[in-house]
Structures are given as C-alpha cells and as structure tokens.
Design a protein around this ligand. Structure first.
Ligand SMILES: Cc1cc2nc3c(=O)[nH]c(=O)nc-3n(C[C@H](O)[C@H](O)[C@H](O)COP(=O)(O)OP(=O)(O)OC[C@H]3O[C@@H](n4cnc5c(N)ncnc54)[C@H](O)[C@@H]3O)c2cc1C
Length: 352
C-alpha cells in the first residue's frame, strides 16, 4: 500500500506493512503486536494532516476505521461517545440537524473524530477542546486503556499533549458534550459574523452558521473536493505565529509605515498574528509554483497543494522557501501545522 493512496495530499511512499482496524479490539491488538515486535508504528485515519516522505514508512501503518456513536442526554446537554474512526464532518452535520450546538463552526474539516484532539482542531473562532469532555486512550507506555480529562489533554492552539508526545497515546473514543440549542455558540470570528449578518459575540441559527462556514471554506478550497486541485492539501500548512511582546514589537518595526499586521491578543501579553498575511507580504502569491506539481493553492496562500505530479521533497522545498522568505522579511519563524513523517522540520536559522 502506498501512503499517497491514504493522504489528502496524495503524497507518501510505501508502507512496510498496512493494517486496517474496524473495531477497538483490532486497534488495541495491532498496536500491542507492533510494540511487542519493536516495529515502528504510524497511526492514520483520514490522512488529512499528514505529510509522508517519498520513501514511505518502514513499519506498520495502522488505519483506524472504527465506527459507532452512543448518545446520553442530561438536561440541556447531550453527551456523545464517538469511535475514533468516525468521520468528523458528517458528525458535525448530524449534531446540527439534531439541534446540538458546540461544533457547528468546525464543519467541513476533513478527517476522523479521533484525530480532532491531536491538534485541537479549530476554525472560525471555535476549537474542539471547548466540547471535549474526555478522551479514551490506549497508553502505549503502560499498555493500559484509560480516560483522560480535558486538563490531561493539555489543549493549546493547534496542539495538545497528544501532539507534544507523539505516538504515546492511541485515541479510541472521544466524548463530546454539546448543548441543545437552535442557535449557534457566540460567533467569535469577524469574517463569519459578517457572512451571517450578526454582531461579533452574538448567536445565529445553528444550521445557518454551519452553512456559512461551509461556504467560506469552499471559497478558500478548504472543503475536500475531488474535482478541485486546490483541496489536495493538508489544510493550512503553517500555524499562525504567536509572538511575545518583544517579537510583536519587532515585527511592527520591520513593516513599512502604515502596515499593521492582523493581531489577536492571547490574553497573556503574547499576540497571535496571521501566517497568510506575512506570506503574502513576503512576496508569495496564490498559485505560485508548478501548476502540474506542487504549488500554493490558487484560493489561499496558507495551503500548499499537490496538483498531480508533485513529491513530498518538492512540497517541503516550497514550504522552506516560504518560511525562509517570511523570516528574511519579518524575522518571524513559521512552523508547519501538519505532522511530518520521515522528515524533521528545520526552523530557519537566524544566521541564514
Ligand atoms: C482541506 C483541508 C482543510 C482542513 N481544515 C482544517 C481546519 O480548518 N482546522 C484544523 O484544525 N485542521 C484542518 N485540517 C487538518 C485535518 O483535517 C485535521 O487535523 C484532522 O483532524 C485530521 O484528521 P485525520 O483523521 O485525517 O488525521 P490523520 O491525518 O490521519 O492523522 C493526523 C495525526 O493524528 C494522528 N492520529 C490520527 N488518528 C489517531 C488516533 N485515533 N489516535 C492517536 N493519533 C491519531 C496521526 O498519527 C497523525 O499524527 C484540514 C485539512 C484539509 C486537507
């Protein structure tokens, strides 16, 4: 099995061994067998956040394809216990149709439910951490199945304990706590509020919020579509940089007068700014690259796409060129959002 068949970038060489697990017992058995044999193990589900080397993966690739949702209602809230392999976007659609608020702004994100805690998926002002009540995991360190509460998961912007300690935990189920409501959660993202015609911080009808998010995402090539090469990506390639006070002041100083970077205060003195904005001002444009290979999406500068004949080596070369350009222009280091397999990201050194 080639990993290019399992990733949304359609990149990645052969798997040493490929196993697909459709029930929890099979997942646990496959992980324990690989660990007992001392074989490297790559967990994968939707393959939408993975950049796999052209050389492939020299061990077991385990695709988690478990299914099942159980539902428990208590007053105004409903708790769903969802198998890791359930596809995320259909779950969001079902929640919205069922009048359950809390994940409507995360519509259109590809991949599985079990991967959502890994990078604490987020979009349009919402993060999955806000609704996760617990994550059931297999701890490969101890071999035990246990439950982690939100505190144990260590969620931060596009990260978590799972991402910081890769490979330690296998997510088996995710417990989401949602609110019964005909209205969305308060809209926190200006572009979405404008699309919905509501004030920032107010609510919109639940289904309208989901539809507006999907429409905004389609416009940026951020909803998977076989017919649209702009969606052959891993989503945003870079996270938005979070700068400390000095770093942000230095960035403002380097900008031409009159230019003000987008900024979202983190509440602790640090400021998050926009990777896409920096990339564009460093001289990179939508569509730059090889129109038949690796190129920046024609709809969104933050997405790197494989338009047919690209390789992972070329993708990472373009990513490094962009990160280098941003560093040279603004002194800001961009970090990749997807998980790299078979490659390590080399931050741009100050001396280059
Ligand atoms: C077009 C597009 C748009 C996107 N938009 C967004 C967005 O708006 N916001 C956002 O946050 N992300 C976005 N993403 C990224 C991606 O969809 C999410 O990160 C998603 O949660 C990945 O799910 P997956 O099942 O595809 O994970 P995979 O790519 O299969 O795996 C990702 C990582 O999670 C690990 N993993 C997967 N399943 C498990 C498990 N059960 N237990 C332990 N580890 C596991 C893998 O080992 C790997 O390290 C986008 C991607 C694409 C292609």
């Amino acid at each position: 099995m080639r990993l290019s068949e399992l990733t949304t970038l359609r990149l990645g060489g052969p798997a040493g061994r490929y196993v697909e697990a459709s029930c929890e017992e099979e997942v646990v058995e496959a992980v324990r067998a690989a660990d007992a044999a001392g074989e490297p193990l790559l967990l994968l589900s939707g393959g939408s956040n993975l950049v796999v080397a052209d050389a492939g993966f020299p061990g077991t690739v385990l695709r988690i394809a478990t299914r099942g949702v159980t539902r428990e209602a208590a007053g105004a809230s409903v708790t769903l216990e969802v198998a890791a392999g359930e596809p995320w976007d259909p779950l969001v659609a079902a929640c919205v149709a069922d009048g359950l608020a809390g994940v409507e702004c995360l519509a259109g994100i590809p991949g599985s439910v079990g991967a959502t805690p890994i990078q604490n998926v987020g979009a349009y002002g919402q993060e999955v951490a806000e609704t996760i009540a617990a994550v059931r995991v297999l701890d490969r360190g101890t071999g035990a199945v246990e439950e982690l509460g939100p505190q144990d998961c260590g969620f931060t912007y596009r990260s978590s304990a799972f991402k910081r300690e890769p490979g330690r935990w296998v997510v088996l189920t995710v417990r989401l706590q949602l609110q019964r409501s005909r209205l969305s959660s308060p809209v926190r993202y200006a572009e979405l509020a404008r699309a919905l015609g509501v004030e920032l911080g107010s609510r919109a009808p639940l289904a309208e919020a989901r539809e507006a998010v999907l429409a905004l995402r389609r416009g940026k090539g951020m909803v998977l579509d076989d017919a649209d090469p702009d969606t052959r990506s891993a989503g945003s390639f870079f996270t938005n940089p979070i700068l400390d006070r000095d770093g942000y002041a230095a960035l403002r100083q380097r900008l031409r007068s009159g230019l003000e970077p987008p900024s979202w205060p983190e509440g602790d003195g640090r400021v998050k700014t926009s990777a896409a904005w920096l990339i564009e001002r460093a001289g990179f444009h939508r569509g730059d690259g090889d129109p038949d290979g690796i190129a920046i999406s024609t709809k969104h500068t933050l997405a790197l796409t494989n338009r047919g004949h690209g390789t992972t080596t070329q993708l990472l070369a373009l990513a490094h060129e962009i990160a280098g350009g941003v560093h040279d222009a603004f002194g800001v280091d961009l970090m990749p959002e997807p998980v790299l397999v078979g490659h390590a990201w080399e931050p741009v050194s100050p001396s280059r």
